[in-house]
Ligand binder design. Structure first.
Ligand SMILES: Cc1cc2nc3c(=O)[nH]c(=O)nc-3n(C[C@H](O)[C@H](O)[C@H](O)COP(=O)(O)OP(=O)(O)OC[C@H]3O[C@@H](n4cnc5c(N)ncnc54)[C@H](O)[C@@H]3O)c2cc1C
Length: 280
């Protein structure tokens, strides 16, 4: 960690580096509070809003679930009560339930394969031609890739111990597909930094992104970090929040060209026998 010289270790005013973690109030009361807030102000717009890192519409329950401060059953019970009294919430509640089920799914997979964080679920991935550039890994972990959405995500992770789900997918895809770095290095970094770092959901989702998981993203899905930003952070709100404007200093050049990286990733996946369909 120290080698990476990430900032801030202490803020300029000498405050505690971990103060950004305060979006979570640990404990059962904090968990119940997060659930109440979400049911009152996030749920109604959850279906589309859950994909928008510039909006505050998800539940932030993941660290509480991770440490057993609230149970999925309690969440479902409270959800049902709200839906009974407000029928227009049926559809967003269904979407939210489905997300909770992904957590259960990952625990099932972990049960089947306890070494989920070190071993590809699909054994035929063992010959994948990973590259191991420490320089690229460092640029990714520090949020210095030259792609503002990836850089903002990696800084959110470091500063707050959290990262929005849509941005997790983009950042993970960038490491694995644009940089061809083994998903296990990314999983380990998330494990070290996330407040919700979870032995099932973290490796399960990394394996999904890499394409070697039980349920895997198609190999040809290479998230474009520029169009993802335009679509899910159209007003630059999230990027400006975590990757602050640099005054007159120009934005760093991308460490890898998107079109080049996409073709290189497709070649690598095809080299191990993935299909010939490149449509995205
Ligand atoms: C590369 C990568 C790594 C991840 N690592 C973790 C991790 O270590 N711990 C973790 O809890 N989640 C992980 N996730 C899943 C997801 O990003 C978080 O659960 C979500 O962002 C937490 O925010 P929330 O509670 O506001 O989510 P909400 O949208 O409010 O969802 C409610 C709950 O559903 C569950 N959930 C939602 N999406 C997923 C998912 N894709 N997989 C499993 N459960 C899900 C979580 O328990 C979450 O708290 C990861 C996703 C990716 C792409």
């Amino acid at each position: 960690m120290e080698d990476l010289a990430l900032t801030p270790q202490k803020t300029s005013s000498g405050k505690n580096w971990a103060e950004g973690f305060s979006i979570f109030k640990p404990g059962e009361a904090g968990a119940r509070g997060a659930l109440r807030r979400f049911l009152a102000s996030g749920l109604a717009d959850y279906e589309d809003g859950r994909d928008r890192p510039d909006k505050d519409l998800t539940s932030y329950l993941s660290p509480h679930l991770r440490f057993g401060e609230i149970s999925p059953r309690r969440i479902l019970t409270e959800l049902d009560k709200v839906v009974r009294s407000t029928p227009r919430l049926v559809a967003p509640a269904e979407k939210f339930r489905k997300e909770l089920v992904w957590r259960e799914f990952n625990y099932n997979i972990l049960d089947l394969q306890p070494e989920l964080h070190t071993r590809n679920f699909r054994d035929d991935f063992s010959t994948f031609p990973w590259q191991s550039s420490d320089k690229d890994f460092r640029a990714w972990a520090r949020g210095e890739t030259g792609y503002p959405l990836v850089d903002a995500g990696m800084k959110q992770l470091w500063q707050t111990g959290f990262m929005h789900n849509r941005v997790r997918m983009v950042c993970a895809s960038f490491l694995v597909k644009h940089l061809l770095i083994d998903w296990r290095r990314g999983e380990q970094w998330f494990w070290d930094c996330l407040l919700d770092a979870d032995p099932a959901s973290n490796p399960g989702n990394w394996q999904w992104v890499a394409g070697c998981g039980a349920d895997a993203a198609p190999y040809f899905r290479v998230f474009n970090p520029i169009t993802q930003a335009d679509k899910f952070d159209p007003d630059d709100i999230y990027r400006r929040k975590f990757d602050k404007p640099r005054g007159t200093v120009p934005y760093p050049r991308p460490i890898v060209d998107h079109a080049f990286a996409r073709e290189r990733a497709l070649d690598a996946y095809r080299s191990r026998g993935d299909g010939n369909d490149d449509s995205d």
